[in-house]
Design a protein around this ligand. Structure first.
Ligand SMILES: [Zn+2]
Length: 394
């Protein structure tokens, strides 16, 4: 546990002296020295120059050796998949994006995905890829290792992604709900904190949430916690395929926004967009300040904000991150809208404890989170000696 704690502090990519690590972990300096010696022998940690540490004394800085182990991260979505190669410090080395033809059978998509994974592994043969993390749209039922109901993508139910990848690459494969790995990604970048309560809202083709409580992912009994896309914001609203009515994602997913805008076009509203426009077209139109596109986008952000209000009231988290496709369209407008609605609808005494962050325009946190999932799951095996590390580079 001490080893994991030290590595958790070092791995964020920052550099620390032994004294700083002792202070941050609360461990004895002698313990830190022993752990660091072990890590250096294993090649997990390296020295990175000196820093001044009070009274003119210099201390040696340490950092994780990001190239010691490499990992693959995969993000599978309804419209595309992303594959990335990451270092032990979660640094992205290379990534690829492929759009999925909606007529393509899931098995064929899987074969194309496997081919891309091979290419990424072959990209650098000097460093070993030791595990794969896969982010999938939910609801993802963990016990059965499969996706239960991927809105608009039902055939995937019969594909055992984890098993197929494990058979092909003969390394460990970990799967997780996409919103959950988005939460892992932000939990990593914000630094080690055992008291953190963070909710990552993935507002994309569906809407889901990853929930971090006490610094750890909360997954629920069947592993499907955070399915906020099926939380009702209108009890007599339209029927959803889950059985509920007025489900949040019916109002603010990228699919819902695309549908509502196309309806507006059909009704004859003026816009630069044409009937049959895609979410990507809409996103571009918002960036060009097309009035109808901005109006409809803002409405979707308002509905999403109602979901955020419910989350704040239910969990009182210290951080809420709103990410994925919807956030990437215009993070600034989204944040402004969420702040306005939460201020209107949440008690100030409750709201003041929560920092709300909008995701980034590059929308990369879920792919990176898939890489981090593999790092998080694999590393304890190496640290406890359950699995031996590959030979270090000479
Ligand atoms: Zn539903």
């Amino acid at each position: 546990m001490n080893r994991a704690l030290v590595l958790r502090i070092l791995r964020t990519g920052d550099q620390y002296s032994r004294a700083e690590i002792a202070k941050l972990t609360g461990l004895q300096p002698a313990t830190i020295t022993n752990i660091i010696n072990d890590f250096q022998k294993l090649g997990l940690v390296e020295e990175a120059g000196e820093i001044r540490e009070g009274r003119g004394r210099n201390a040696i800085c340490l950092r994780v050796n990001g190239d010691r182990l490499h990992f693959l991260g995969i993000r599978l979505s309804r419209k595309y998949y992303l594959v990335g190669r990451f270092g032990l410090d979660s640094r992205e080395i290379i990534k690829k994006k492929k759009y999925i033809d909606t007529n393509c059978a899931p098995f064929d998509v899987l074969q194309s995905l496997i081919k891309e994974c091979h290419e990424l592994i072959d990209y650098d043969r000097e460093h070993e890829v030791v595990a794969i993390g896969v982010a999938v749209p939910g609801p993802y039922v963990r016990k059965q290792n499969r996706i239960v109901m991927m809105t608009g993508f039902r055939d995937w139910q019969e594909v055992h992604i984890e098993e197929e990848l494990r058979k092909e690459f003969q390394i460990k494969v970990y799967m997780e709900h996409d919103a959950n790995v988005g939460a892992l990604s932000y939990n990593w970048s914000l630094g080690a904190n055992e008291n953190r309560s963070l909710i990552y809202v993935a507002a994309g083709q569906g809407v889901g949430a990853g929930i971090i409580i006490g610094g750890e992912l909360f997954i629920g009994t069947t592993g499907t916690s955070g399915e906020i896309g099926h939380m009702s914001i209108a009890y007599d609203g339209p029927l959803c395929q889950c059985g509920n009515r007025g489900c949040l994602e019916k109002y603010c997913s990228s699919m819902a926004l695309t549908k509502s805008l196309n309806n507006k076009i059909r009704e004859g509203n003026y816009t630069i967009l044409k009937e049959g426009c895609s979410f990507e077209d809409i996103s571009d139109a918002v960036k060009q300040s097309d009035r109808l596109a901005v109006e409809e986008y803002e409405k979707a952000c308002e509905k999403l904000s109602i979901g955020v209000v419910n989350l704040i009231n239910a969990f009182n988290p210290d951080t809420i991150v709103i990410g994925d496709e919807i956030a990437a369209v215009d993070p600034e407008l989204l944040l402004k809208t969420v702040q306005r609605i939460t201020e209107e609808r949440v008690l100030p005494e409750i709201l003041e404890g929560t920092e709300i962050i909008a995701g980034k325009e590059d929308n990369d946190e879920i792919l990176r989170g898939a890489g981090i999932l593999a790092i998080n799951e694999m590393l304890p095996d190496f640290l406890s000696g359950k699995r031996s590390l590959p030979e270090p580079e000479v």
